[in-house]
Design a protein around this ligand. Structure first.
Ligand SMILES: [Zn+2]
Ligand SMILES: [Zn+2]
Length: 621
């Protein structure tokens, strides 16, 4: 099949530079001081403003659609939006560039349109617009849509729009230039009629175009927002306004529900799916979903709090890093943090499916720094406890505690909750057995000696005890002889001499394998010999000061290949990769382990858990 005319965007290869296409209009507006009332180019400013608002309309609907904590019960298609779909819809706003070019061309061709009055929106203008929309735009859009479902037109054009599994507001933009040209022309009809009738105004144009976008985005939002009680009260309404469920049926079934916004035309054309209303009723009432596995995370810091799908979906689908465009949002994010501190409970932020089971990520509404405030401790434990009890009540099988939520000083690695509630059905897991396994498996075979900091911590102890049994000499950096000896006595007598206490970084100046469980200053890092590799399990990770050394990342694993609906990156990790403690919880669930994994790590289970992870298709990152 050859390249079809207007089936792809001419600026496809420009990437971000496509926005330069707005350049000529922007520079003309600037040159003629379009913000001054007397400027002849005021229309350009208004046009750019309108298109900014159009983009915002879709963005706000996207945010709403991704607020799982508020919307998950009314999701129409129950799958998550995966990276594949996000990438395909990355340039969803191409049609806005096309429509700007079309509008600018129209305004250059008909100069009188440039001087439309700002107001009013009078009854006549509204009536003409509504009438022409219903009598021309709707039936023509219906006919065009049906035509686009025929053989070649479908294959070359419209199949793109149907290529996503889960409708999203941005899916509305996912279509070929030809389809968007048709749509743009159909949008122009009612406004042209209003102008011809002498009732055209800027406000009317804004109202119609933004209303149009609002309905297009709503129809694709995948959350049922139209209450079914409305249709029960006024039955005729169901033929005048479509719903997200109605259009989702078109996306999955393809041979029904073609209308633009008014199902009336499907009724006339005999193309209404008979189950539409029943399904709408069900969706608008909401259907509960119970995850089998929950990863209980917390917010890292204010910047990272913006790395969620309901803020910016595309940003959340890439590994987190601090970006310039986040700065203007920072003050707002600080307010949200304070509000969450006061009011919020733990809430759902994202989900994915693995082998037909729903996994959710929940966030405790607390930020990393709060875990270090002594007076905040009880509040945080209360939040975690409530989340565990809620999971228990819902029927969640395994809940895994992320990062600081299992801090030893906070709750003894989860022990607090398990002791307080002995009858829990949900299994509480810190996942650190797998974290230890990942770190240990990164140490090259044949290593004779390692230097370990944070040596008496939960992970440090497990790593030391494991390695000594493999006859690896472990220099355990600790000032506390008592804590060192306690761990040393846990090792079988014949391996105890492999564990050595050291109290100075200098002692490691000939050791090239450093396992870092406690933050290292540049001065301390200087003691490492050239070529040293720093393995780490310290949060936050140490800064790479040494050019002649290499630095490992935090222990992480890649989820199995058959994971579905995964569309957000976990903090700074690559797509598809999760922290080892998250993976540990997944393995705990997949294996159906019946114990809680809290408190000290059972060293004998490190190999067991590692083998199980590999067996289920998880891979070292
Ligand atoms: Zn659609
Ligand atoms: Zn279609």
């Amino acid at each position: 099949m050859g390249a079809a005319l207007l089936a792809s965007w001419p600026w496809d290869n420009l990437g971000f530079y496509k926005y330069l296409l707005y350049g000529p209009l922007v520079s003309k507006a600037v040159a003629s001081r379009a913000w001054e009332a007397a400027s002849p180019d005021r229309w350009i400013l208004l046009l750019l403003l309108l298109f900014g608002l159009r983009a915002l309309t879709y963005q706000l609907w996207s945010s709403y659609s991704n607020m799982l904590f508020a919307t998950r019960r009314r999701r129409v298609v129950r799958d998550g939006v995966d990276f594949h779909q996000i990438d395909r819809e990355w340039d969803w706003d191409n049609f806005l560039i096309l429509h700007v070019l079309m509008a600018a061309t129209a305004l250059y061709t008909f100069p009188s349109l440039r001087h439309l009055p700002l107001w009013p929106v009078d009854a006549r203008g509204l009536a003409v617009t509504a009438l022409v929309h219903a009598a021309a735009t709707e039936p023509l859009a219906y006919a065009a849509h049906r035509a686009f479902h025929g053989g070649l037109l479908y294959a070359r054009y419209h199949s793109l729009h149907h290529s996503t599994r889960v409708p999203q507001p941005f899916t509305a933009g996912l279509a070929t230039p030809l389809e968007h040209m048709v749509l743009g022309a159909l949008m122009a009809l009612p406004l042209a009629a209003a102008c011809a009738a002498g009732s055209g105004s800027v406000a009317l144009a804004f109202a119609y175009v933004l209303g149009f976008d609002f309905l297009r985005a709503m129809g694709h939002c995948n959350i049922e927002v139209v209450p079914s009680s409305l249709f029960q009260a006024v039955p005729v309404l169901r033929y005048l306004i479509y719903t997200p469920t109605y259009h989702a049926i078109h996306h999955t079934k393809k041979e029904a529900n073609f209308c633009l916004f008014m199902p009336l035309f499907d009724l006339l054309g005999g193309t209404i799916d008979p189950k539409s209303w029943e399904m709408h009723k069900k969706m608008s009432a909401g259907v509960d979903e119970v995850p089998d596995f929950v990863f209980l995370a917390h917010v890292v810091d204010v910047m990272q709090s913006l790395h969620v799908s309901f803020v910016l979906r595309t940003f959340a689908s890439t590994p987190f890093s601090v970006q310039l465009f986040l700065l203007p949002m920072w003050p707002f994010a600080v307010l949200v943090m304070l509000a969450m501190w006061v009011w919020s409970k733990t809430f759902v932020i994202s989900c994915y499916n693995l082998r037909g089971r729903l996994h959710q990520i929940w966030a405790v509404p607390r930020y990393g720094f709060q875990y270090f405030l002594p007076f905040a401790k009880d509040g945080i434990n209360k939040q975690i406890e409530l989340a565990i009890l809620r999971a228990d009540k819902m029927g969640v099988k395994v809940l895994s505690l992320a990062a600081l939520n299992k801090n030893e000083a906070l709750n003894g690695g989860g022990t607090l909750f398990v002791n307080k509630h002995p009858d829990l059905r949900v299994r509480v897991v810190h996942g650190n057995t797998l974290t230890a396994a990942v770190i240990l498996n990164e140490i090259p075979k044949g290593t004779a000696e390692v230097f370990l900091t944070g040596a008496t911590s939960k992970l440090g102890r497990a790593i030391a005890l494991y390695l000594c049994k493999k006859r690896v000499r472990v220099m355990m950096m600790t000032l506390s002889t008592e804590r060192f000896q306690k761990i040393q006595k846990e090792a079988p007598a014949k391996y105890q001499h492999y564990l050595v206490q050291v109290t100075k970084y200098r002692s490691a100046q000939h050791c090239r394998t450093w396992i870092v469980g406690k933050w290292l200053s540049p001065r301390e890092q200087r003691w490492a010999p050239p070529g040293t590799h720093f393995h780490q399990f310290v949060v936050p990770p140490i800064i790479s000061f040494r050019r002649d050394c290499t630095y490992g990342k935090l222990a992480a694993m890649r989820l199995p290949k058959d994971v579905q609906g995964l569309g957000a990156c976990e903090y700074s990790l690559e797509r598809g990769v999760v922290h080892a403690c998250h993976a540990g919880g997944v393995v705990h669930f997949l294996e159906g382990y019946t114990h809680h994994e809290v408190g000290a790590i059972d060293v004998d289970r490190i190999d067991v858990v590692w083998e199980a992870a590999l067996k289920h298709g998880l891979r070292p990152a």
